[in-house]
Design a binder for this molecule. Structure first.
Ligand SMILES: [Fe+2]
Ligand SMILES: [Fe+2]
Length: 158
């Protein structure tokens, strides 16, 4: 699969988890915790694929406009990974506060995904070309496999 198709497939999974989290109720404690765990795994792998593989190639192939887009996207990742998700994880899933925070995470991520799909990815397609995107897709599949394995081992160790 080429790099962009692979990332878009991840986006669909993330959006689906977010929709299910939004629809869940305060009584569905187990479901909320489970969905949040899934969201965290998906996002942490996806962010690595973008920041280690696609973003640097995009930045290198582009000029100033792509530089700005690169830093904006990384800042959005940081907001979700370091601020918003940890707060959500620390929130009791049986409270309205949890639902409020889910709403913010969903808005941030959907905005970020839309910018990637409407702005960055079309530009990346032009700048990088098919052969490179195929090659980056392979690298992503390898990294994804490796990260999943690492996470499984950590899970057993924990
Ligand atoms: Fe991203
Ligand atoms: Fe993304």
């Amino acid at each position: 699969m080429n790099a962009i198709d692979l990332l878009k497939a991840d986006h669909e999974r993330v959006k689906d988890i977010l929709a299910r989290l939004s629809e869940s109720t305060e009584r569905a404690l187990k479901k909320r915790t489970e969905l949040l765990g899934k969201l965290e795994t998906e996002i942490s792998i996806h962010t690595r694929l973008e920041e280690d593989i696609l973003y640097p190639a995009f930045k290198q192939a582009g000029s100033k406009e792509q530089d700005v887009m690169y830093f904006e996207a990384k800042e959005e990742h940081r907001t979700v990974d370091s601020l918003v998700l940890p707060d959500l994880k620390a929130t009791d899933p049986g409270t309205p506060e949890f639902a409020g925070r889910v709403k913010v995470v969903r808005e941030l991520l959907e905005h970020h995904i839309e910018e990637e799909e409407k702005e960055m990815f079309p530009q990346a397609r032009k700048l990088l070309g098919k052969a490179t995107l195929d090659e980056l897709g392979k690298q992503m599949e390898n990294l994804k496999g490796k990260l999943k394995k690492e996470m499984a081992t950590e899970h057993i160790a924990a």
